[in-house]
Design a protein around this ligand. Structure first.
Ligand code: ADP
Length: 282
């Protein structure tokens, strides 16, 4: 009940600011809420589940690899973009303003995103989940500072892909409106050039039962994707430096499609996916 009333107070407060600017007191309140939504960690990172962050441009595949790692490691995959889309589809009082910001490719305020994240982490606490893989957060240096102030992030994986592939991947993205499965109809084949090897990424097609139910995200148009890339370079690139200077950043160049990239990522992380190896061998 106490958690619930705290949440209601926070939601009411979050109505105050929609744009990327928050006041210091709003942020202070949001960061306290984030802190109380996280488990107390006296173990200095030892003996608890992973607390990882995925960084990378729109379309790079953060969601795909974060979801796979989350299944492998048994920790929740928390994508702030998904939290924003859930808020939009709830058609609550925040929805119209949030839709406008998201559909223009801009970032929503640090305060609102931290509110949504705190709510999700509180759910995780209630469900007894430990650890997390964050995808899409932090996206500003301010968010990174707040997160660093309330918990210890073990590793930040910075996924990288050539820009022409990023745009094609965003434009090819499709979601099944029924099962929420993520697919991609783009077939990316970039010739070897300037010392870069050929890059081939086959489409990830939906099963027949999803084919007629595919939808495209409203912010996956060419104009908005280009704006999101610009916003990433301006607001989120500095987050890479933030973690690089703290020795937490692992750069990861995606070599191509999911099978080869996944195996390379597992090797880089010193992990083994027995399930995947069995499936590939079958
Ligand atoms: N950490 C964040 N800070 C501010 N806005 C966010 C954040 N995470 C998500 N959003 C909003 O949600 C939108 C969709 O996020 P996401 O699905 O992560 O997109 P992308 O495919 O660009 O990585 C973003 O363009 C932004 O408007």
């Amino acid at each position: 009940m106490a958690v619930f009333s705290r949440l209601i107070c926070r939601r009411a407060a979050s109505l105050r600011s929609f744009c990327t600017k928050s006041t210091d007191s709003d942020l202070h309140r949001a960061s306290s809420a984030l802190s109380s939504a996280l488990p107390v960690d006296n173990s200095n990172g030892k003996g608890r589940n992973v607390q990882w962050v995925f960084l990378g441009c729109p379309g790079v595949g953060k969601g795909t690899y974060a979801a796979r790692l989350s299944t492998l490691l048994g920790v929740p995959h928390i994508a702030t973009g998904d939290l924003v889309r859930q808020e939009l589809s709830s058609r609550g009082p925040l929805s119209p303003q949030l839709a406008e910001i998201v559909n223009q490719g801009q970032l929503i305020s640090d305060e609102i995103i931290i509110d949504l994240l705190s709510k999700r982490l509180e759910n995780a606490l209630v469900k007894g989940e430990t650890g997390f893989i964050l995808d899409g957060f932090p996206r500003t240096v301010r968010q990174a500072e707040i997160l660093e102030g309330v918990t210890d992030i073990d590793l930040v994986i910075n996924l990288k892909l050539r820009e022409e592939a990023l745009i094609a991947k965003c434009l090819g993205r499709r979601i099944c409106s029924e099962c929420q499965g993520n697919y991609n109809v783009a077939c990316i084949d970039i010739k070897a050039e300037d010392g870069n090897p050929r890059m081939y990424m086959p489409p990830l097609l939906p099963p027949p039962q999803c084919e007629s139910k595919l939808i495209t995200r409203a912010d996956d148009t060419e104009l908005v994707v280009k704006e999101r890339l610009r916003v990433y370079n301006e607001m989120s690139r500095p987050v890479e430096d933030f973690y690089r200077s703290r020795g937490k950043l692992m750069e990861f160049d995606l070599p191509g499609g999911i099978p080869e990239s996944w195996q390379k990522l597992l090797r880089a992380l010193n992990l083994d996916d027995h399930e995947d190896t069995r499936t590939a061998a079958a």
